[in-house]
Ligand binder design. Structure first.
Ligand code: KG4
Ligand code: ZN
Length: 361
């Protein structure tokens, strides 16, 4: 396989992204990676509004591609292939990306690869750390939460995931309950530093049930009840706010650490050098990172967290996934369609719930 220059496009949620990579599977360089966020457009609505997201993607996608080409000091004529997120995600956004990629592939006569967004996240440790297959991946973001054994570019076994909210979604909702700003994750992490995590007895959902499935919605409701019992004149005291933030974060940490231990138990016999990798915005949380690192260490597994810019939504991961997959699959034709749902592990039972950022696969 020779080195190729590939353009990646991502528009499945609230980031319009384009990137250019050069190389091949296991050895690729990110020449540019542009992410145009939409946070301010959705700020007044307490979540991503699909119609607003779709319009913003349609407006920005071509300039985003141009910016990625400019940053790589290349033009479209230098591109050998184009990769695009074809799902899962908010359908209006995915359609924008797919149409843009088809236009480029058709105009240039180059191969087109529709990529599963979750495969992009899951294969990122191969781009950043050349991690050997099979490795364990924990995806934790505002829209996703699942454990996957990644055995090849298109071989994913889901060990479990959330049955309701994604952890980032829970951080965002709890931040709202505690009158903290959005995005909730960083706000709660900062506030929790001043709090006493042990003051309130908050639940650790599903720890009493075998397996790797998780639930975060009941924990959020427990925080709501506790908050309501503490409010006076519609106000929450600063001490109570910090203690609730700390208690909530500690509960998420405990759930993720214990479920990670169980996932490692299932996966480790498959690998001589077991590795647990994380991706997604929630992986930025230091308390969570430290707990996962300790869990991995106790297990004798390597812990890998790609740099944050490649952990959160981006198009470099989409271009890279195509580089991995193109050795074992044919390109897509102009019939490539956008898919709102697209489970990575087709054999696993369908997951319940649907996060604010779109259907979980
Ligand atoms: O991966 P991401 O950027 O976007 C998608 O969800 O696709 O993740 C965003 C989520 C938000 O819910 C945000 O609150 C959460 O990641 N997050 C954090 C932290 N930083 C971001 N959650 C906990 N602690 C953090 N430090
Ligand atoms: Zn994502």
């Amino acid at each position: 396989m020779t080195s190729i220059t590939i353009l990646g496009i991502e528009s499945s949620c609230d980031d319009t992204a384009a990137a250019v990579l050069r190389g091949q599977a296991g050895d690729a360089k990110v020449l540019s990676s542009i992410v145009l966020g939409q946070t301010e457009l959705h700020a007044d609505f307490g979540g991503v509004v699909p119609e607003i997201a779709a319009r913003a993607h349609a407006e920005k996608i071509d300039t985003c591609v141009q910016q990625a080409l400019d940053a790589a000091h290349l033009s479209l004529s230098d591109i050998d292939a184009v990769a695009v997120t074809a799902g899962p995600g908010l359908i209006g956004g995915v359609v924008s990306g797919v149409m843009c990629a088809k236009g480029i592939a058709l105009a240039r006569g180059i191969p087109l690869f529709g990529v599963n967004h979750l495969a992009g996240h899951a294969l990122t440790p191969r781009l950043t750390d050349a991690v050997a297959y099979p490795f364990l991946m924990l995806l934790v973001s505002g829209g996703h939460c699942q454990f996957l054994i990644v055995s090849g570019p298109d071989q994913f076994q889901r060990l479990g995931g959330t049955i309701d909210d994604a952890p980032g979604e829970a951080f965002d909702k709890v931040a709202r309950l505690l009158a903290l700003p959005q995005p909730g994750g960083p706000a709660i992490e900062t506030r929790a530093k001043a709090g006493d995590a042990k003051r309130f007895k908050l639940p650790r959902p599903l720890l009493d049930r075998a397996g790797c499935d998780m639930s975060f919605s009941g924990l959020k409701t427990a925080v709501l009840r506790q908050r309501d019992s503490l409010m006076s004149d519609g106000e929450l005291a600063a001490r109570d706010q910090a203690d609730l933030a700390a208690g909530f974060q500690a509960a998420v940490v405990d759930v993720l650490a214990e479920k990670t231990r169980r996932a490692l138990d299932e996966y480790a016999p498959l690998s001589k050098n077991p590795s647990i990798c994380v991706a997604g915005g929630v992986a930025a949380n230091m308390a969570i990172r430290t707990a996962l690192e300790t869990t991995a260490k106790n297990f004798g597994a390597k812990f890998i967290a790609p740099p944050l810019a490649l952990c959160t939504d981006n198009a470099a991961m989409i271009a890279y996934a195509a580089l991995e997959q193109m050795n074992t699959r044919v390109p897509d034709g102009m019939e490539l369609s956008a898919r709102p749902r697209w489970p990575l592990d087709q054999a696993a039972p369908a997951m319940l719930g649907s996060g604010k950022k779109g259907a979980k696969a």
